[in-house]
Ligand binder design. Structure first.
Ligand SMILES: [Zn+2]
Length: 85
């Protein structure tokens, strides 16, 4: 099972995570409130440069996050990326 954190525990990441949860605690995976963690919308394996980008983070339940695993949500393709093709 893949963790969304990849061992990241920097101060800036913690602050970013807190900010994301403050703005919205609606889980982007199931649509219910009460998310307790944040997920990377585009996995770090695909876009490591977005690892600390707020635009790539969304609130998620820990359980939903682990259920998702490494699968990509179908909406990923329409999300903004730093690359312009
Ligand atoms: Zn959820």
């Amino acid at each position: 099972m893949t963790s969304a954190y990849h061992g990241r525990s920097t101060r800036s990441f913690k602050r970013l995570r807190a900010r994301v949860l403050e703005e919205s605690s609606i889980c982007w995976l199931c649509g219910q409130p009460g998310a307790d963690t944040v997920d990377h919308i585009v996995p770090l394996s695909l876009a490591p440069e977005l690892g600390e980008a707020a635009s790539n983070m969304a609130a998620a339940h820990r359980s939903c996050n682990s259920r998702k695993g490494a699968r990509l949500a179908s909406s990923v393709r329409s999300l903004p990326s730093s690359r312009s093709w």
